[in-house]
Design a protein around this ligand. Structure first.
Ligand code: ADP
Ligand code: TRP
Length: 330
């Protein structure tokens, strides 16, 4: 069975974009592949998080992933820093990662521009650590969005370079993978194209949002002055509301608002009310499960332990073989 690896940022709080864009694929992958999903807490240290915040975020992310349905019996779910083998592979791969190529990474350039006072070596070698995450389990497939394509290309580069240098066919070439379909893009509530946590206030609906917060955000969503002729095209903001409705409402509801729009009888207030209630119906059970999971110390501890053990078994094998291939066998 092919191996899938994906790292999850530890900066917490999933929104509906993360759920429909990434999580749903993870849920399907855990049924069909040998999956390793981990929380990338080492990576987050590049921005020097407050220790208490880091701890809170990692637990929150873990609880959210469990609540959404990632199943530790079906996949290996672990915390990156629980697997020290990744640090060793990272060190070894760093010897063959060149300054020029690291400086050319767009993510590095962007972060260096945004935070000129914190251009640390961890930031520069971020793609090497990501390559170590992936190569550690000799993954064939990596479910990532467009923004991570360049990092994945660098992973292939590092793996192939290793194979050439040591004249072996050891690391497979990992490819981006999302079941071949178009990636779903979940729109935001502010009329913009994408729901995202770094967009403006009110753009994203989080799985941990209260019913009241969801109602408020949806009722404030950007709309327009309404259709003036039958069957007129929709503005982006209105299309966004319909797209969101298609994700959380039933087909009948969606159809009735489509018809109302086409007949120019639509009242956006009614549509938003319906959308808010359907979002709440979708989010509430997830929120409740997240809260329960967060309080369940025993469960979280067990999940981390099982994940750590399974991940280390796979990781230790790779690191042992890599050391041998490099000549670290005295
Ligand atoms: P954000 O953009 O809010 O910072 P991330 O980049 O951390 O979110 O998202 C992690 C993953 O979630 C992405 O790689 C992508 O697969 C998915 N994702 C995030 N936002 C959306 C969205 N609006 N629509 C679809 N998928 C999304
Ligand atoms: N860099 C990825 C992101 O920002 C997270 C990540 C770290 C990752 N290591 C990985 C993703 C390995 C896939 C595979 O989203």
């Amino acid at each position: 069975m092919e191996t899938v690896v994906s790292g999850i940022r530890s900066t917490g709080n999933l929104h509906l974009g993360n759920y429909f864009g990434a999580m749903k694929n993870f849920l399907r992958m855990q049924e069909e592949y040998n999956c390793f999903f981990f929380i990338a807490d080492y990576h987050s240290l590049t921005t020097h998080p407050d220790p208490e915040n880091l701890k809170g975020h990692v637990r929150q992310v873990l609880a959210e992933y469990l609540a959404c349905g990632l199943n530790p019996e079906k996949c290996t779910l672990y915390i990156q820093s629980d697997v020290p083998e990744v640090a060793e592979l990272y060190l070894l791969l760093n010897m063959n990662a060149y300054l020029g190529e690291l400086e050319r990474a767009t993510t590095f350039k962007e972060k260096a521009r945004k935070h000129p006072d914190n251009i640390n070596a961890g930031l520069l070698t971020y793609p090497v650590l990501m390559a170590a995450d992936i190569l550690l389990h000799k993954a064939a497939k990596v479910p990532v969005g467009k923004d991570q394509e360049q990092h994945l290309e660098m992973t292939r580069q590092f793996g192939n370079r290793f194979n050439r240098m040591y004249r072996v066919d050891y690391f497979p070439e990992p490819v981006a993978f999302n079941f071949g379909g178009q990636l779903v893009k979940v729109p935001g509530l502010d009329g913009s194209g994408k729901m995202g946590k770094s967009e403006g206030e009110g753009n994203a609906v989080f799985l941990f949002d209260t019913d009241e917060a969801i109602r408020k955000k949806v009722m404030r969503a950007v709309s327009d002055s309404g259709p003036t002729e039958p069957d007129s095209p929709k503005s982006e903001a209105i299309q966004n509301l319909f797209t969101l409705m298609s994700l959380v409402s039933d087909a009948e509801t969606l159809k009735s608002f489509e018809e109302a729009y086409n007949h120019c009888t639509i009242r956006y207030g009614d549509m938003k009310k319906q959308l808010a209630e359907d979002m709440i119906r979708f989010v509430r059970p997830l929120r409740e499960r997240i809260a329960d999971t967060l309080q369940n110390e025993k469960l979280l501890g067990e999940v981390m332990k099982t994940g750590r053990e399974k991940a280390r078994e796979s990781a230790a094998k790779t690191v042992k073989e890599v050391r041998e291939l490099m000549g670290i066998r005295y």
